[in-house]
Design a protein. Sequence first.
Length: 163
Amino acid sequence: MDSQITIRKAELKDISEVFAMLQELSAFEKLPQNVKISKETFEKDFIEKAFTSFVAERSDGKLVGYTVSCQAYSTWEGRVMSLRDIYVKPELRGTGIGRKLFITTMKDGYKAGCNSAFFLVLDWNPAVKFYKELGATDITEKENYHIFKVLTDDFVKLCTSTE
Ligand SMILES: CC(C)(COP(=O)(O)OP(=O)(O)OC[C@H]1O[C@@H](n2cnc3c(N)ncnc32)[C@H](O)[C@@H]1OP(=O)(O)O)[C@@H](O)C(=O)NCCC(=O)NCCS
């Protein structure tokens, strides 16, 4: 990794830049319409510690990558880390920043008591190779899992029903 790059925990002052990068990530995934939260909500959730973020910072202070993660709970394993996003700016990919961001984020979860980590990857994304090289297992292939989600409209309908 470029020695001019520092990996550190995100601070409030970084949140605008992280929000811009999460929009770049959703465009890369060809799902830009999926970012439904505002920068203000993201900032508020950061302040309220709903998630943790690490950033990769260039020596001039510009951010070139980030992760967002949070904790979930498994009745099999106890605390587990949910890695929500990992992203490196295109011009710096393949220089080891992603690997360093991934390992730093995992170590932070491990220190906080997590026993494993999970995340979603689109099947066409070359990042599949990146994750496998870091020791991750494709549990859709191995264990036939399907991922279910109650989508926003259905979620609101369920939660506001009088039932
Ligand atoms: C995936 C991503 C975060 C990896 O970060 P990176 O800084 O490019 O990765 P690194 O340089 O640390 O690479 C580590 C290893 O992973 C492999 N790798 C990384 N990105 C890869 C890619 N896009 N395709 C294939 N292999 C890749 C490399 O072979 C490398 O191994 P090597 O050092 O032996 O060559 C980055 O490519 C990225 O931002 N991609 C677009 C966003 C994305 O897909 N995010 C994940 C959503 S699930």
